[in-house]
Design a binder for this molecule. Sequence first.
Ligand SMILES: NC(=O)C1=CN([C@@H]2O[C@H](COP(=O)(O)OP(=O)(O)OC[C@H]3O[C@@H](n4cnc5c(N)ncnc54)[C@H](OP(=O)(O)O)[C@@H]3O)[C@@H](O)[C@H]2O)C=CC1
Ligand SMILES: O=C(CO)COP(=O)(O)O
Length: 326
Amino acid sequence: MTAFQSVAVIGAGAWGTALATVAARAGRNVTLWARNAEHAARIASTRDNPRLPGVRLAPEIVVTSDLALAARADMLLIATPAQHLRGAVNMLASHMANPTPVVACAKGIEHGTHKFMTDVIAEAASHAQPAILSGPSFADDVARGLPTAVTLAAKDEELASRLVQALGSATFRPYHTTDVRGVEIGGAAKNVLAIAAGIVVGRNLGASALAALTTRGFSELARLGRACGARTETLAGLSGLGDLLLSCSTAQSRNFALGIALGRGETAPAGKLAEGAFTAPVLVELAAAANVDMPVSQAVAAILDGRLTIDAAIEGLLTRPFKAEE
Ligand SMILES: NC(=O)C1=CN([C@@H]2O[C@H](COP(=O)(O)OP(=O)(O)OC[C@H]3O[C@@H](n4cnc5c(N)ncnc54)[C@H](OP(=O)(O)O)[C@@H]3O)[C@@H](O)[C@H]2O)C=CC1
Ligand SMILES: O=C(CO)COP(=O)(O)O
């Protein structure tokens, strides 16, 4: 039996619900925490979460709004949006007596502080053992048991490996690593680049342009990653290149769908969380501080805050000086 027999998932959105299903499938005792008591009670009785429609929650998953109950689990998965991770871990901290693995499942960088997800966890809860899970995996695919592979990183290799053992199954295959920063950067940056890829599609610029944008996008993701000390193989792995390929290829990605809407001159899809829109300005600030050129991400940030039209952004990217490929 794994050391981490009980798992609590904090945040009952699409991803939290899918991860609860994953943990139950792996044989864990699972608690899914929703911040809203009515919402929790409704999911508990219907076994259906409107945030992930069509997925029936296994009967053994306990759904609650009682944070103290959730915090008693052997390991915690935090599946709130990235900008709410600190708030969620702050609330958990007072309930955590022993060192407990706290796995960030959000993809982003904190506004204002420029902090990555595991750094936020470490600051918010001194008892936490921070880790991060990221990679190409749509909540709907994961919950339906379609094959998925992700990366799970913790500074301590043995911890990362034990967390993988606790969550992994035939159809949800986490790979472990100690390159926490590489996993964090891949997951955060790919969302911004997916918006750019969606714009290419929405503007009907063609399949060749989409491949070029995705590849040059990877190039800037990897540049920033290397500047922050990430390993090349992590950046070219599931959480970097893998998730970029997924998110730049299908409107199942909310970030890509946002880009398509922008490219077509339409308003953003309502009620859909597109983390890239929150990450873009922070990513660009981080890149500037590290003296890393990220022209595609800069264009996305400028389009989103209204400093640049899409046509001007496209022209700006297409008229950059020719240079060596790296
Ligand atoms: N969906 C996916 O396929 C994947 C998503 N992710 C990442 O997971 C994160 C969450 O995304 P997702 O689940 O899709 O988003 P959703 O919009 O489906 O759900 C977000 C959930 O977070 C809850 N929430 C919001 N703010 C807080 C808070 N302050 N405290 C506690 N809970 C809060 C919301 O609660 P309420 O319902 O009450 O509003 C909601 O249940 C994002 O960073 C995303 O990038 C990663 C991989 C796949
Ligand atoms: O992160 C994801 C897939 O790996 C989900 O992508 P979106 O947030 O763009 O829907």
